[in-house]
Design a protein around this ligand. Structure first.
Ligand code: 3PG
Length: 201
């Protein structure tokens, strides 16, 4: 979460798009990417990014169960995120050798995570949960928790999150939208990545 102010959340239909996409993000100055496990191409895309752009940290997103976490690690994911968490997934994540960031939406979910020794959480879906003001209120009594808010965030709304002391980065799909990927418009993705890399609170 400390690598870049923005973590691009990417869903790929075609694994072969992974390498040029990763190069565009890296050329724009970003140092990490989340590939969601929402398509059959995702694991192969993670393998390709790990092999072709080893300096770009590649993580798996939308990890819903322990088996998916195992497959993501086998593919080379160096971190993982989930929209929420289950007891089984948290147990698997504690055994795993990579950082795992569970999604949270309530104080109780954060408190449960803190009890388990977790300190970093994805606040999801951020905009629908009250945006930066909502996260500020939620985080105030829970100073041990650091967040990557994700869900509906735009370049315009990102700085308000990044100004919060308990936010390390924001996540979003606007850096690599599906239509630009499908059209192989890598230069435009590089420009969006460069603008995202410059975002600050
Ligand atoms: C996620 O999985 O984190 C979200 O789907 C990304 O949200 P966004 O598409 O609204 O940026």
């Amino acid at each position: 979460m400390a690598l870049s102010p923005v973590l691009p959340v990417v869903t790929l239909d075609v694994a072969e798009d992974a390498a040029p996409l990763a190069r565009a993000l890296q050329a724009g100055g970003l140092r990490a990417v989340e590939i969601t496990l929402r398509t059959p191409a995702a694991l192969e895309a993670i393998r390709i990014i790990r092999a072709e752009t080893p300096d770009l940290a590649v993580g798996a997103g939308t990890v819903l169960d322990a088996a998916q976490l195992d497959r993501a690690i086998d593919a080379g994911a160096t971190f993982a995120l989930a929209p929420g968490a289950t007891a089984d997934l948290l147990t698997a994540a504690r055994r795993a050798q990579i950082p795992f960031i569970p999604g949270v939406a309530t104080a109780s979910e954060i408190m449960r995570g803190l009890e388990l020794g977790l300190t970093h959480f994805k606040f999801f879906p951020a905009e629908q949960l009250g945006g930066a003001a909502g996260l500020k209120s939620l985080g105030a009594p829970l100073p041990g928790a650091t967040f990557c808010p994700t869900g509906g965030i735009t370049p315009e709304s990102a700085p308000a999150y990044l100004r919060l002391a308990n936010v390390a980065c924001v996540g979003g799909s606007w850096i690599a939208p599906a239509d630009l990927i499908r059209a192989h418009r890598w230069a435009e993705i590089e420009a969006l990545a460069a603008a995202a890399a410059r975002l600050a609170g």
